[in-house]
Design a protein around this ligand. Structure first.
Ligand SMILES: *Cc1c(COP(=O)(O)O)cnc(C)c1O
Length: 378
C-alpha cells in the first residue's frame, strides 16, 4: 500500500526546534515566558490594525474567554454560525448560555447577513436581545464580515470573529482576525500553522488583552498570597508550545502560498468536470488562505457523489472528508433554535474537502490527479 495522503497534516518549517531549545536552556518550561510574548508580538505585527493578542491553550478556550469578556452568562442567548466546527459553539454552553444557529449564504458559505438580521429582529420581538454573535471564516474563506459587523453595531451586540481557519486570509485588503470586537485563532495540528495545540484571543485594546491574560491564568488578584475575587481559567499557552508558534510564523506566508497552489491544482482539474464546482472566492474583495480545498457536487447522482468519491480515494489511501456537519443538525444541539433555509444542510450533503496540506508533494498530487481521473473517467 502506498503511504497515506492526509487531508491536512502538520508542516514544520525547521526553526521551531531552535525556540524550544532556548526555552529548555533558560528553563522557561511554564505557561509564560519569552516565546509566549515573542509569539504574541509576531501575531500582532502580522495582523496589524492595532491588534492585541493573548495566546491561550486552544481556539475553543479563546472563544470561551471572549464570551466571558462579552458578559455572556446564564440566561443569555448567542447567535452562532451553524455551518462550523463544534469548537465555535460549545463555549456558549460552557457559559451556561443558549446558542441560536444562523444559516450560511452561497457566496462565502459563511453566516448569512440576511438571516442574522432576521434572527435579531425575531429574538427582539420575543423580548430578548442576543448578547453576542459568533461569525466564522470557514475553510479560510472570509465571511461578509463588514456587513455582519455593521448589523452587530446597529444593535450594539458584541461580535466574536472565529478566524481559526483563516489566518492569512483577507477581506477588502484587511487581515481576517481583525474585524471582531474579539477575534480568535487556532493553532491545532491541522490548521494553517500549528503549535501542536493552541489558540489566541485577538483584542482591540491593551487593557482587554491584560484582562484576557488575567482570566486565562486563574484570575489571580494582586496579592502575595493566592486571592481570587472571581472565577478564572487555566488557559494560558505554554512557553514550549509558543516556541513552535514562533518558528511557524516564519513560514506562514509560504504556507498560504502553497495552500493556494493546491487550490489552483483542483481548480484546473475540475474546470473540465461537469457537475462539480471548486469552492472559490466570490470576487477580488476576498483573499482566502484556502486552508482546505473543497468541492460540491451539483445534484444527486448514484454513481458520482461525495461518499462514492471519498470511499474511492480511500482505496488509494487518500484521505478526504465531508464538509462540517451544521450545528443545528447535531444531536447535541437538536433543541436549539435555527434561522435559515437549508443552505448549510445542502453544503453538508453535497460537499467534500480534498487533501490540502502545505506539505503535499508533487508525487502526492500526481497520485491524487490519477485517482480523480479514474473516478471521473477522464
Ligand atoms: C479549529 C477550530 C476551532 C477551535 O480551535 P481549537 O484550537 O481546536 O480549540 C474553532 N472554530 C473553528 C472554525 C475551527 O476550525
Amino acid at each position: 500500500m502506498e503511504s497515506r495522503i492526509w487531508l491536512s497534516s502538520p508542516h514544520m518549517g525547521g526553526t521551531e526546534q531552535k525556540y524550544i531549545n532556548q526555552a529548555f536552556e533558560e528553563n522557561w518550561i511554564a505557561p509564560l515566558g519569552p516565546n509566549v510574548s515573542g509569539f504574541e508580538q509576531d501575531l500582532e505585527q502580522y495582523l496589524g490594525n492595532d491588534s492585541h493578542v493573548a495566546c491561550v491553550s486552544s481556539g475553543t478556550g479563546a472563544i470561551h474567554i471572549a464570551l466571558d469578556m462579552a458578559g455572556v452568562s446564564t440566561d443569555d442567548t448567542v447567535l452562532c454560525q451553524s455551518f462550523t466546527f463544534c469548537g465555535s459553539a460549545n463555549p456558549i454552553i460552557y457559559r451556561g448560555a443558549t446558542p441560536i444557529f444562523i444559516d450560511s449564504e452561497m457566496d462565502t458559505w459563511n453566516m448569512s447577513p440576511a438571516y442574522l438580521r432576521k434572527a435579531i429582529q425575531q429574538e427582539l420581538e420575543k423580548g430578548k436581545k442576543p448578547k453576542a454573535v459568533i461569525a466564522v471564516h470557514l475553510y479560510g474563506m472570509p465571511a461578509k464580515i463588514d456587513e455582519i459587523a455593521q448589523i452587530c453595531k446597529e444593535h450594539n451586540i458584541v461580535l466574536i470573529e472565529d478566524a481559526a481557519e483563516a489566518l492569512g486570509s483577507e477581506y477588502k485588503g484587511r487581515k481576517c482576525g481583525t474585524f471582531g470586537d474579539f477575534s480568535i485563532l487556532s493553532f491545532n495540528g491541522n490548521k494553517i500553522i500549528t503549535t501542536s495545540g493552541g489558540g489566541a484571543l485577538v483584542c482591540r485594546s491593551k487593557k482587554e488583552k491584560e484582562q484576557a491574560i488575567f482570566l486565562a491564568t486563574q484570575a489571580r488578584d494582586a496579592a502575595p498570597h493566592y486571592q481570587h475575587t472571581r472565577v478564572g481559567y487555566n488557559y494560558r499557552m505554554s512557553n514550549i508550545v509558543a516556541g513552535i508558534g514562533r518558528g511557524q510564523m516564519e513560514v506562514l506566508d509560504a504556507h498560504v502560498k502553497l495552500r493556494r497552489e493546491n487550490h489552483d491544482f483542483y481548480h484546473n482539474f475540475f474546470n473540465n468536470i461537469e457537475g462539480v464546482t471548486v469552492f472559490e472566492e466570490p470576487s477580488s474583495e476576498y483573499f482566502s488562505n484556502h486552508w482546505l480545498s473543497c468541492i460540491t457536487f451539483h445534484n444527486d447522482n448514484e454513481m458520482l457523489n461525495c461518499e462514492k468519491l471519498r470511499n474511492f480515494l480511500l482505496e488509494f489511501n487518500i484521505e478526504s472528508r465531508p464538509l462540517w456537519k451544521p450545528m443545528h443538525l447535531q444531536p447535541v444541539y437538536a433543541s436549539a433554535v435555527y434561522y435559515g433555509n437549508g443552505e448549510a444542510e445542502r453544503l453538508f450533503k453535497y460537499g467534500l474537502c480534498l487533501p490540502s496540506g502545505s506539505n503535499l508533494t508533487v508525487e502526492e498530487k500526481e497520485r491524487i490527479n490519477k485517482a480523480l481521473q479514474v473516478f471521473f473517467k477522464r
